[in-house]
Ligand binder design. Structure first.
Ligand code: ADP
Ligand code: S3P
Ligand code: MG
Length: 174
């Protein structure tokens, strides 16, 4: 049995996409804290935030993090999971934490192409490019603090997976 692997990083860095591919490469289970929350509440992130506000969503995502944590599991977190110190400490203590890092213009480009509004209600009310710039500036030190490893998320998904495996020394001879 192996420790869970947590993927952290800003919206659009690929936590959900890469998490699925990584879990397949390792033969691990896959969990996504937002999907878990969505299933448990039968509501989207946007619905929860509209009805209860961001503070309530943040409390719920902390519960979701704990609920999905299990051995041999890749866990895609929501972009704001690192905001709470208790979540940063929990992830570092319970598993291996990987930061998928990419510049804000790359992230904004991906989100403009595929906004998924129900999953990503606006955080600031500002246009996406400005919002991503501000969010990364505010959160970069938290991602860095929480992570055991940082991986360049601008590469094609299969390269990102490879690099994660290398940084965890889990790469297999092929
Ligand atoms: N390495 C990558 N290269 C190009 N596009 C990517 C990459 N990773 C994710 N994407 C795209 O970016 C968007 C956001 O990906 P997603 O996995 O939902 O990110 P997150 O869960 O971090 O918000 C999706 O449209 C996805 O197809
Ligand atoms: O950055 C954030 O604060 C958020 C990111 C989203 O997850 P993704 O990073 O998977 O898009 C989702 O948890 C919610 O909209 C809040
Ligand atoms: Mg996601």
């Amino acid at each position: 049995m192996s420790l869970p692997i947590y993927l952290i990083g800003a919206r659009g860095c690929g936590k959900t996409t890469i998490g699925q591919a990584l879990s397949q490469a390792l033969g691990y289970a896959f969990q996504d804290t937002d999907h878990h929350l969505q299933l448990a509440t039968q509501r989207s992130v946007a619905d929860i935030v509209a009805a209860e506000g961001w503070d309530s969503f943040r409390a719920r995502e902390t519960e979701s993090l704990r609920a999905v944590t299990a051995p041999d599991t890749v866990i895609a977190t929501g972009g704001g999971m690192v905001l709470a110190e208790v979540n940063r400490r929990f992830m570092r203590e319970h598993g291996q934490v990987i930061w998928l890092n990419a510049p804000s213009d790359v992230l904004a480009g991906r989100l403009e192409r595929q906004p998924e509004a129900a999953q990503r209600p606006t955080l600031t009310g500002r246009p996406i490019a400005e919002e991503m710039h501000d969010i990364l500036r505010e959160r970069a030190h938290l991602y860095r603090q929480a992570a055991h490893h940082e991986v360049n998320a601008m590469q094609p998904p299969e390269r990102v997976v490879e690099q994660i495996l290398q940084s965890l020394s889990l790469a297999r001879a092929s």
